[in-house]
Design a protein around this ligand. Structure first.
Ligand code: FAD
Ligand code: FES
Length: 277
């Protein structure tokens, strides 16, 4: 069993869990993920490691309630136990002194960008962070980003905080005006696709973290397949980090919706069950 040491709510639908898992904390590297199963009957939920602390023996994940299982996870309280946390899974992000790196996080994608930003800064990179949210009330970890970034740009869709607009706007300006050695973009698929299109003409290497539907997380089921430059790759073992200029985002967007009918039904049944309680 794994204890949830701390919970922090960022918004009504976004929350952080710090979970005691010393072996995972020891082995974890930026860019990797865990698969969580809350109890014996629960679904397996892949979640990116947003932070890890070897001293306290904890890993941190930031979760967005998107469907039945993640809504269910909102009901957990600090000191509750969950049955499984498997990981760390996936390939770690490449961490080197690349020169100047722009780190782009959209919405929940801000959380998985953080350990990559910190590791790149500690390696000596010059770091420019662009973090985007729908609105001011959804902003989290601004202080953490400012601590490890030479420049931090915050954007909100509605202009209630920082600059008004999408993360791709300041990204485009920076790519046009300065010499950038690498871009890391993590967020919704459409955002990562747009970021890759911004950097493609300038030929700036752009790494995205893909999140197709995963089952085993160990390369056996084929659920997480992604077309990368015409080759078949599995995000759980070949990624999640991938070259954004080679990912077939259109196929990924279609595959991501392949169970949506059942996901909708499952959430409706869950909501009915909750209302009866
Ligand atoms: C490598 C990876 C890292 C991820 N990191 C995070 C994270 O840090 N925080 C976070 O909130 N979410 C993360 N996700 C997405 C998260 O796993 C899904 O939101 C969750 O599984 C949805 O389950 P549900 O029952 O609540 O919703 P459902 O109603 O079952 O699904 C809602 C949507 O979530 C996606 N989804 C559903 N099942 C899976 C699955 N097994 N694997 C991947 N996506 C799925 C689908 O696009 C679906 O449309 C990550 C996914 C992957 C693959
Ligand atoms: S989740 Fe099964 S192969 Fe990747």
């Amino acid at each position: 069993m794994f204890e949830i040491v701390r919970i922090e709510n960022f918004s009504p639908s976004t929350f952080l869990w710090e979970v005691r898992a010393p072996e995972i904390a020891h082995a974890a590297r930026p860019g990797q993920f865990v698969i969580v199963r809350c109890d014996e009957k629960a679904e397996r939920i892949p979640l990116t490691i947003a932070d890890f602390d070897v001293v306290s023996g904890t890993v941190t994940v930031v979760i967005q309630a998107a469907g039945k299982s993640t809504f269910d996870m909102k009901a957990y309280k600090a000191l509750d136990q969950i049955s499984d946390v498997a990981g760390p899974l996936g390939e770690p992000s490449e961490i080197e002194n690349f020169g100047t790196v722009v780190l782009v996080g959209g919405g929940l994608g801000v959380a998985p960008v953080f350990p990559i930003l910190r590791a790149l800064k500690l390696k000596g990179c010059r770091t420019i962070s662009i973090i985007g949210f729908r609105s001011k009330s959804l902003v989290f970890w601004e202080g953490r980003f400012r601590e490890y970034s030479d420049e931090t740009i915050i954007v909100t869709d509605d202009g209630t905080y920082g600059e008004k607009g999408l993360v791709t706007q300041p990204l485009k300006q920076i790519i046009t005006e300065r010499e950038i050695n690498r871009v890391i973009a993590i967020g919704p698929l459409v955002m990562m696709k747009a970021a890759a299109e911004v950097t493609r003409p300038a030929g700036v290497r752009t790494i995205v973290s893909v999140n197709p539907i995963m089952v085993d997380g160990t390369g056996m089921c084929g659920s997480c397949r992604v077309s990368l430059g015409g080759e078949v790759k599995f995000a759980c073992i070949d990624g999640p980090d991938m070259d954004g200029h080679l990912v077939n985002f259109d196929e990924l967007l279609i595959r991501q919706k392949r169970f949506s009918k059942y996901e909708k039904k499952s959430l409706e049944l869950y909501e009915k069950k909750c209302q009866k309680k």
